[in-house]
Design a protein around this ligand. Structure first.
Ligand code: PRT
Ligand code: ZN
Length: 286
């Protein structure tokens, strides 16, 4: 019987959609139509288990699942023995300490002798120890942001993404303890066959991530400006240059990085590029 790689994915919640989208973009067909707990892919040797995110590191450590997609924050807090193999580029957030906006507490050193509410007692206590701060940790599982207002704690340590929850609750962030995103974790002792399936999955994931971070650019340029324009474009090897029907003009094709995108467009325009088209890339194999 052919071996199968078992992937643990969050059943519902903030990482569900990103995880399913990533698998789909990797060409892996999973249908979770009937809200099943376990689904085998139709066209790739993987089986997906849908679980609560907090359980994923333990299941991967204990080889109930072989790999998992889960927040780095959950992996660190759970302190289980797994390997972080790849950052997945979604579910980005940070674990921060926040205090009442108009209160006396201003920095981490003011937290000595104070009470901090959190769902992340392990990460917080490690951080406080490193900073030589003695504070009491009050563990709560949800709605951490209301703790200072109801007198349960002086400060909180919670996940932040847009910051609007802190703003609404009149809190301000004073320290980022951990930056997090969804990661792929793996059991430490995968069989040879499972490692081969994982390598093939990783190859697809990396191609999808690269494609997301890059755009295909097409532009027209007068031939006397080509050298300048080409020197601006990185491309995968070098830009492709094709003659246009109109004499003295060429079409230039290349790939540019999303992070540098607007800056690059300005420079290309200033160098004489016209009719610039930007096209998303579906997969990028290098
Ligand atoms: O049911 P299950 O246990 O599986 O899910 P859960 O309720 O424990 O987790 P869920 O679905 O809320 O989050 C899953 C993962 O998403 C987290 O472990 C993080 O890795 C990631 N993530 C990314 C976030 C956020 N962004 C986030 N903003 N998780 C939670 N939040 C919460 C935060 O706790 C706070 O209440 O959103 C609020 C803050 O958001 P902003 O945008 O107002 O700053
Ligand atoms: Zn959870």
């Amino acid at each position: 019987m052919q071996e199968i790689l078992r992937i643990a994915v969050q059943k519902s919640g903030r990482l569900y959609e990103g995880s399913m989208k990533l698998l789909k973009e990797c060409g892996i067909e999973i249908s979770n139509g009937n809200n099943q707990l376990r689904v085998t892919a139709a066209n790739f040797p993987v089986e997906v288990f849908f679980l609560r995110d907090d359980d994923i590191p333990e299941y991967v450590q204990d080889a109930v699942a072989d790999i998992g997609f889960v927040g780095e924050n959950v992996v660190t807090e759970s302190d289980k023995q797994t390997d972080i193999i790849e950052k997945l580029g979604f579910g980005k957030c940070r674990l921060s300490i926040a205090v009442p906006k108009n209160g006396k507490l201003q920095s981490v050193s003011d937290l000595n002798g104070k009470k901090i509410a959190t769902s992340y007692p392990f990460i917080l206590s490690t951080f406080l120890k490193e900073r030589n701060i003695t504070a009491s940790i009050h563990e709560i599982s949800g709605s951490v942001e209301i703790a200072p207002k109801i007198g349960l704690a002086d400060a909180i340590c919670d996940l932040v993404s847009s910051g609007s929850t802190l703003f609404t609750n009149e809190l301000k962030e004073i320290e980022v303890i951990l930056s997090s995103e969804a990661v792929l974790i793996s059991n430490k002792e995968l069989s040879g066959n499972k490692k081969i399936i994982l390598e093939s999955l990783l190859f697809r994931i990396r191609s999808v991530k690269k494609a997301r971070n890059n755009k295909y650019v097409l532009l027209n340029a007068p031939n006397d400006k080509l050298d300048m324009i080409c020197s601006l474009l990185p491309g995968m090897k070098s830009p492709t240059i094709l003659p246009l029907a109109e004499a003295g003009w060429s079409s230039v094709h290349s790939v540019i990085n999303e992070s540098d995108f607007w800056n690059m467009i300005e420079k290309l325009k200033a160098a004489g590029a016209q009719g610039i088209l930007i096209i998303p890339i579906e997969k990028m194999i290098i």
